[in-house]
Write a protein that binds this ligand. Structure first.
Ligand code: GLU
Length: 555
């Protein structure tokens, strides 16, 4: 076909398109950003519920754009209308809000490059397709599904590359007359790329994460526009990333094999190529088989994003975990820098794992514990209150009624180099600090106690009545309880006791243990004196009596 014929063909196929490329190039001008600023996009398809892998890519988009002073935008890729799920789009925007990953611009957030949803950009895609047709890089293909299926079968039998290329691309060189007559017959058609590639040649691609990769040139006449005139992902993302001036496409590595096509499209369209960064999927060691596999909706409860909210995992702690997956050196940095926030860390593609990163529940838990340990009692209280309001109304009420006490309890052992690390999620607060609220403690009725011993309540009550002074500091308190111990035939230290067990009834630690069990219902707790100070003598006495009653009932 001559250029004139191709122009006629383009007009024939897209009479509705009145603008040309220049119109859109002007409408969406270059961004005014400083050197090195990265423009990233989170570009989900609303075809399923949002999962941890999606959060990971949105997180990476966000941090790279933020740290470079660029922009992170949301683009909805809804070209596959058949696979769309109801509420899928609202779910995506809702998750970004809930997980504090607010884009700088994008669908539902506004911005200069609207519309940020592919279904509203059909005219733009068709404008560029028209141009490719004129250039001779795209053509209408009338092959039926049956014909394509037969070719596929043949290719499978012959073990040759699957697709429409070379001899299989039968509509590649149809004459204008032939096309016209088929259009008149109302035959369905798609627009295919007329790929100029030669698969015997290699191209080299540098991925920001995976480094240098070599591929054969793309030589398949891939579909760019479907029968209904809407684009495929391949074509749409190239147009959008160009017009929205994306600098870095950060996406799942299932797209690596499409890179030769994408790069070819950028070239044929005369666009400056974007940089690609392909993220490896999150994997997990399968409990049953022991094999490493991709994370799965069906098998892994933490796959869906609901899990984090329902279980009370703080969003900031989840961000910490996503940061450790994003950069291999993040965790060490975070643990070494108690004063720093994620935004103080500089992420780099070089520190991104090339293979899959394994989901590590223990690591997530440990990061959560570190997160809580760095919060004041008041902060933990306030965050827990927000969580409880949504998930545990009864506890919310109790927290509200016991605010002052709770803040004090949650603030125990927060100062110093080794703050307490017993809380990993908001729901743990209720579990770990049940003794902080009288009604919860009464309900719990020593069920958490897993020791063997029985403790002497009269002895402890005597100590409380005659010796215990809640106004003193820790050292003074400890010397008085040691004195009380030795006065009653107990050793002043475990060491002395071990040296001669027959000479003592026990040691001072046993007395502390008895008090702890009676007032907290457990063998381990934060600093005992702090707990006693918050409770006060009256509540301590009440709890000693509770313990006595419980023992009498159970013996
Ligand atoms: N819409 C594509 C998907 O959901 C996004 C790939 C991309 O980020 O370019 O898989």
């Amino acid at each position: 076909m001559t250029v004139e014929e191709r122009k006629e063909l383009a007009e024939l196929l897209f009479p509705n398109i009145k603008q040309d490329r220049d119109y859109y190039e002007k409408k969406y001008p270059e961004r005014n950003l400083k050197e090195g600023a990265m423009v990233t996009r989170y570009a989900p398809s609303p075809t399923g519920s949002v999962h941890l892998g999606n959060l990971l890519s949105a997180f990476a988009d966000m941090v790279y754009a933020r740290q470079s002073g660029g922009s992170f935008y949301l683009r909805i890729e809804d070209t596959d209308q058949k696979r769309m799920i109801e509420g899928g789009i609202e779910n995506i925007t809702g998750v970004l809000h809930d997980f504090d990953m607010i884009p700088t611009e994008g669908y539902s957030f506004g911005g200069d490059y609207e519309p940020y949803i592919q279904s509203e950009r059909t005219e733009i895609y068709q404008t560029y397709i028209k141009d490719l047709i004129i250039e001779g890089y795209a053509y209408p293909c009338f092959m039926t599904e049956e014909e394509i299926e037969n070719i596929r079968e043949e290719q499978e039998i012959n073990k040759t590359k699957i697709g429409i290329y070379g001899v299989y691309a039968v509509d590649r060189d149809l004459s204008l007359e032939e096309i016209k007559s088929r259009l008149e017959k109302k035959e369905d058609y798609v627009i295919r790329l007329k790929s100029p590639g030669d698969a015997s040649k290699e191209i080299e691609v540098v991925d920001c994460i995976k480094g240098k990769m070599k591929f054969p040139e793309h030589n398949v006449d891939t579909i760019l526009l479907k029968k209904d005139g809407t684009p495929t992902y391949h074509f749409a993302h190239v147009i959008d990333d160009h017009l929205m001036h994306t600098t870095h496409v950060i996406r799942g590595d299932e797209w690596v094999s499409s890179l030769p096509l994408h790069i070819q499209l950028f070239e044929l369209l005369g666009f400056t190529p974007v940089k690609y960064a392909h993220i490896a999927p999150i994997t997990i060691k399968d409990q049953e088989t022991g094999n490493i596999r991709k994370i799965s909706k069906r098998k892994d409860p933490w796959f869906g994003v609901k899990y984090y909210d329902e279980n009370g995992i703080p969003i900031d702690a989840l961000h910490l975990y996503l940061a450790t997956i994003t950069n291999t050196n993040f965790e060490e940095w975070y643990l070494k820098n108690p004063e720093k926030k994620i935004s103080d860390f500089t992420f780099s593609f070089e520190k991104q794992a090339i293979g899959g990163t394994s989901f590590d529940e223990a690591k997530l838990e440990n990061l959560c514990k570190t997160y809580f340990s760095r919060k004041s009692g008041k902060e933990v209280y306030e965050e827990t209150l927000v969580w409880a309001k949504k998930h545990d109304e009864e506890y919310f009420k109790l927290l509200t009624e016991n605010k002052e006490d709770m803040i004090k309890f949650l603030g125990i052992e927060k100062d110093g180099d080794r703050p307490r690390k017993d809380i990993a999620k908001y729901s743990d607060v209720k579990e770990e600090f049940s003794y902080a609220i009288d009604s919860l403690f009464e309900k719990e009725a020593y069920q958490k106690f897993d020791g063997e011993k029985t403790y002497n309540t009269d002895f402890i009550q005597e100590y409380v009545d005659n010796i215990l002074d809640l106004e003193v500091d820790n050292d003074t308190w400890f010397s008085t309880i040691k004195q009380f111990a030795t006065d009653h035939g107990y050793a002043a230290s475990p060491k002395e006791y071990k040296a001669s067990p027959e000479s003592y009834k026990g040691h001072v630690g046993d007395i502390c243990e008895a008090i702890r069990v009676m007032i907290t219902g457990r063998l381990k707790s934060p600093d005992l004196l702090s707990i006693m100070k918050i409770l006060g003598k009256e509540r301590i006495t009440k709890r000693i009596a509770m313990y006595k009653a419980y023992k009498e009932k159970n013996d």
